[in-house]
Design a protein around this ligand. Structure first.
Ligand code: GDP
Ligand code: MG
Ligand code: ZN
Length: 310
């Protein structure tokens, strides 16, 4: 049996990468029986099919031996236990999510960042923050704020090649998801590190005549050996509503150890008088800005929950 990592998926065909080679595989029927669908990022055990097996296969798709003119040459037998999985994009075994903002053009959207950080905490995947375009505006304050909370926060300029080595080091030997609004410099950073952007090759063919993204498949790009980046169209539309409003406080990293000072179990930290979070805001342990954004996100989640029952 061979072992490899799924780096691509179209319909029910999976591209598997081993150290030596890539294979195109179907999942063995028994996997479907236990209702596990392989995901991009999965480490799988698979067997390689020889010509004889392909010819004698009961599976017509294997027998016909083509899928969009791709030869099927392997069958996935087993999915190894997942470290984690994201629903959108559909990808497993992520080491870290890299949130990218820009200092200016577009201006930093800290509400979006806090939502995404909360989501990363919720799914228990390490977030890293990059504030790019530091050549355009001062971003030390944002860096200080998030560093203090405990997040690795790098300031960079893809244009002036600042911070690029540090980012390269962070990506090495990891599987990372890049996330950030359009125009913040995701492509430029990848370009600055590797001299080209593999994730954008063939991007044109993925778009239809109206220029809309038509593919729903996720891909992992090996940008250097054992270093993967997930290509994720539209990642900024996180499904943060998976978080219950009552759980949001635990997704704010610096809130966690203050919750025990609240008077009531289940304190929302909004209207209550004796509240560990509010107290921490008063004495400067939690910033007013992060608290305000907590309140906004809390209300948003609450509103969604109300509508759920309508
Ligand atoms: N001044 C400045 N401009 C940058 C920097 N990084 C990217 N840009 C510019 O910002 C625009 C958007 O960059 P791009 O990499 O396409 O962003 P993406 O949409 O996140 O992939 C381009 O015009 C880049 O040249 C930077 O560090 N400083
Ligand atoms: Mg881009
Ligand atoms: Zn409270």
């Amino acid at each position: 049996m061979m072992q490899g990592k799924i780096i691509g998926n179209i319909s029910n065909m999976y591209k598997i990468k081993t150290e030596k080679k890539e294979y195109n595989a179907y999942a063995r029927g028994k996997l479907k029986n236990i209702e596990i669908t392989p995901l991009v990022g999965d480490i799988v055990e698979f067997s390689v099919l020889n010509e004889e097996e392909i010819k004698n296969s009961y599976n017509n798709e294997i027998k016909n031996n083509i899928y969009n003119s791709t030869k099927i040459d392997a069958v996935i037998e087993k999915i190894l236990p997942r470290k984690n999985e994201l629903k959108r994009p559909k990808v497993a075994n992520i080491d870290q999510i890299i949130f990218i903002l820009s200092a200016k053009h577009p201006k930093p959207d800290l509400l979006m960042l806090d939502k995404q950080l909360a989501y990363a905490e919720f799914v228990n995947i390490k977030p890293i923050i990059i504030i790019n375009k530091m050549d355009l505006a001062n971003c030390e304050e944002i860096q200080k704020l998030y560093t203090k909370i405990g997040y690795k926060t790098i300031i960079s300029s893809a244009k002036e090649t600042i911070g690029i080595e540090e980012i390269k080091k962070i990506l090495k030997n990891k599987t990372s998801v890049f996330s950030g609004n359009s125009g913040v410099g995701k492509s430029s950073i990848i370009n600055a590190i590797y001299g080209y952007n593999k994730t954008e090759e063939g991007e044109i063919s993925k778009k239809n005549k109206k220029g809309k993204n038509t593919t729903t498949d996720t891909k992992l790009y090996e940008i250097e050996e054992n270093t993967f980046i997930a290509d994720t169209p539209g990642f900024s539309s996180f499904d943060i509503t998976e978080i219950e409003s009552t759980e949001l406080d635990k997704c704010f990293k610096e809130f966690k150890d203050k919750i025990k000072n609240c008077e009531f179990v289940g304190c929302t930290h909004i209207k209550e008088k004796i509240c560990g979070i509010k107290e921490a805001v008063e004495n400067g342990k939690i910033t007013q800005d992060r608290y305000d954004r907590y309140c906004i996100i809390y209300e948003e989640l609450k509103e969604k929950e109300k509508n759920r029952w309508k």
